[in-house]
Design a binder for this molecule. Structure first.
Ligand code: IFL
Length: 466
């Protein structure tokens, strides 16, 4: 079951340096390009260290910092105990940046304070990708067995969500102490985004049950696909009946597709590869739309293929990287060009975009990482500086608009001038884009650019180097 395969972000060939193809540029130009990326990488690292210090001073142990007011916001239990979400999400990034004192500070907090013996309900999907993934990544970085023990304890507490379900597709909520489950109406991402973390846990502990429940859930969803090989976006996990007709590559389906590919790349499981191939072909066949010369993926009726709207969620930008990893570089490049045009026009990417009007239909930006994520995926495949340049532009826009007194914050309105800030730094900011920028710009020795795996939350589960 656990045959090793190179990661989905594996470099295809010859990545010993980030310099462009030898001989095409003068040594001087190469040196100045090298210096440019090194300085940008150092800037990313300095911003991360600054934001971390603010978090430690203002909100250490809280789930999320509010970077404008300096307050804190819970993520899991409104009014209940925090679980140090930001610390867990940040550890892998701190480690790969060589911020070792900060990593030790965070790991010590976890060892002393983090417990999952809480009489409260958590959302299974979010807890898995953020807390379980973060703990596993921190364990991979440090070898600290206590972190693996916490990860195992957490997964055992989430397990009833799978075990109690008649279909094997998990309930959305589970009480961490009692195992009581709630809410059978769920979504593909919340059903099928487990194999990377749960499979890693099985591999680490020798207990195959984690892998098995994650795979069973993904299969149960795949088996309910329509004759067009599409899934809709809402389903009852007790009855297995669809509750909607809308197929989308965006939320709440997005990372289901990602983890089908990952189940193949990370564990070499051919079932996952087959499921990915079937869905990817159907998506391109049924949902690809050209509007004004640009490629988009429309929402369609999952049984008839009828087009439903012109909306594109920013989160769908992750699909660029997934298409590339799956070998469809032509569609990946075309779809990235569409998002790059949005960036060129609006600077910050809006949360939602109307591709028929080429205008935002949701003007906020929740400090999203998907564009940078896809830049990294593409860069790891072909080392083309173009992807770094797009990511550098993304980074500069974030710095210009999201930097607040105590960290980086979400944007309420990207169309206002200046962009209007909200007051929240989501946990994924620590785990995702800062890591993607750093990996893109730094050529760090802390990361194996040939053999690696990053989860949907940006957690490095394979590829840390000393
Ligand atoms: O939690 C993050 C993760 O990348 C995901 N979906 C949304 C978040 C970032 O936008 O899978």
């Amino acid at each position: 079951m656990f045959r090793f395969r190179p990661s989905r972000r594996m470099v295809l060939a010859g990545l010993s340096t980030f310099a462009p193809i030898a001989g095409l540029r003068s040594a001087r130009a190469s040196q100045s390009s090298h210096d440019h990326w090194r300085m940008l990488a150092e800037d990313v690292r300095a911003q991360m260290a600054w934001a971390w210090r603010n978090y430690v001073e203002r909100a250490f142990g809280q789930d999320q910092i509010k970077p404008v007011s300096g307050g804190a916001e819970p993520f899991f239990f409104p009014g209940g105990p925090p679980m140090g979400l930001t610390i867990v999400e940040a550890l892998g990034t701190l480690h790969v940046m060589g911020l070792d004192a900060e990593f030790a500070e965070g790991a010590t907090w976890i060892e002393r304070n983090l417990t999952f013996d809480i009489d409260g309900e958590v959302q299974v999907f979010e807890t898995s990708i953020r807390m379980l993934g973060g703990l596993l990544s921190a364990w991979r970085a440090s070898g600290n067995a206590r972190l693996l023990g916490l990860a195992r304890d957490l997964a055992a507490r989430l397990m009833p969500a799978f075990a109690m379900s008649p279909t094997g597709m998990p309930y959305r909520f589970v009480n961490l102490r009692t195992g009581a489950v709630r809410d059978p109406v769920s979504f593909p991402a919340e059903i099928g985004t487990y194999i990377a973390e749960w499979g890693t846990l099985s591999r680490a502990t020798g207990d195959g049950r984690f892998y098995d429940v994650a795979k069973r859930a993904a299969k149960a969803l795949f088996d309910r696909r329509s004759k067009l090989d599409l899934v809709a976006d809402t389903i009852n996990v007790e009855t297995g009946e669809w509750q909607s007709r809308r197929a989308t590559i965006g939320p709440p389906t997005d990372s289901y597709f990602e983890y089908l590919w990952d189940g193949w790349q990370l564990f070499g499981d051919p079932d996952f590869r087959h499921w990915y191939d079937v869905h990817a072909a159907a998506t391109v066949r049924q949902q690809a739309v050209i509007a004004d010369g640009r490629l988009w993926f429309a929402q369609v009726d999952f049984e008839t293929g009828e087009r439903l709207d012109h909306h594109q969620s920013e989160l769908a930008a992750f699909f660029v990287g997934l298409l590339a990893q799956g070998g469809d570089m032509a569609h990946a490049r075309a779809y990235m060009a569409s998002w790059a045009d949005v960036q060129a026009r609006y600077g910050l990417l809006p949360e939602g975009f109307d591709f028929a009007k080429f205008a935002p239909d949701r003007v906020s930006n929740a400090l999203r990482p998907e564009f940078a994520d896809s830049c990294l995926s593409l860069f790891l495949l072909d080392c083309d500086d173009h992807w770094r340049q797009l990511a550098a532009c993304h980074y500069e826009w974030m710095k210009k608009t999201s930097r607040a007194p105590f960290g980086f914050t979400v944007i309420d309105d990207i169309t206002a001038n200046p962009a209007r800030q909200g007051d929240l730094c989501p946990g994924y900011w620590w785990s995702e884009q800062m890591k993607y920028y750093w990996l893109l710009f730094s050529n760090t020795g802390r990361f194996d650019y040939r053999r690696n795996y990053l989860s949907t939350e940006g957690d490095i589960l394979l590829g840390f180097r000393k």
